[in-house]
Design a protein. Structure first.
Length: 207
């Protein structure tokens, strides 16, 4: 962390950082040095197992698939942990709404609708909930919070939440706020054992 904060102007610190990242991840040392040990998510997904021509999933980094263009300088791959689920999840959602809920809206269902994402207006700044969370925890001393994450989720990494939660004031910490991390990806609860463990945590919180 000290070498990271020193910045790239300190070449010795940058080399130490890059070599440490390479040692921890198994990524080629030359690549890590070229990127100064600072990987964007897309770069990490490609370089983690590039020697075998495979890319890791964004939603679940424990899932990998072949890179369709392994020699390209550009990122031309999808998400092996998410793309293959588009059709079955879409079918399941349509079945739920039409058959079980008897709801038949006009139009077609699109999983992860990009048009909706692009049209979303966040107002004055990016979406965040920490400001509201601080207010709620301050107003209601009995409120408790449980935050669950998948260990292999590169879309919403658990450590980001850990850093944020660790910055909360003392009144909002100790036994009031808890972070739990389970094996799995973005939908960690799709694993039976993980879902059961998360349910047990929720039940404990409610009691």
């Amino acid at each position: 962390m000290a070498d990271l904060i020193k910045g790239q102007a300190d070449r010795e610190a940058t080399t130490r950082l890059a070599d440490k990242v390479a040692a921890l991840t198994g990524i080629d040392q030359a690549v890590s040095r070229r990127l100064a040990g600072r990987f964007e998510v897309g770069e990490f997904r490609r370089e983690f197992d590039r020697r075998n021509g495979r890319v890791t999933g964004r939603y679940d980094a424990s899932v990998s698939g072949f890179d369709p263009y392994p020699d390209s300088s550009y990122f031309l791959f999808g998400d092996p942990s998410g793309d293959s689920l588009t059709a079955p999840l879409t079918s399941a959602a349509v079945d739920l709404t039409t058959r079980k809920l008897n709801w038949r809206p006009d139009g077609s269902y699109h999983l992860l609708n990009e048009a909706v994402n692009r049209a979303w207006d966040f107002g004055r700044g990016p979406a965040e909930s920490v400001s509201q969370l601080r207010q709620i925890l301050a107003l209601d001393p009995k409120m408790k919070l449980l935050v669950g994450h998948g260990l292999f989720d590169l879309a919403t990494p658990y450590f980001g939440s850990k850093v944020i939660l660790d910055q909360l004031p003392a009144y909002a910490r100790s036994d009031r706020v808890k972070l739990v991390v389970y094996p799995g990806g973005h939908m960690f609860y799709s694993r039976d054992a993980t879902r059961q463990a998360f349910r047990a945590e929720v039940e404990k919180l409610m009691k």
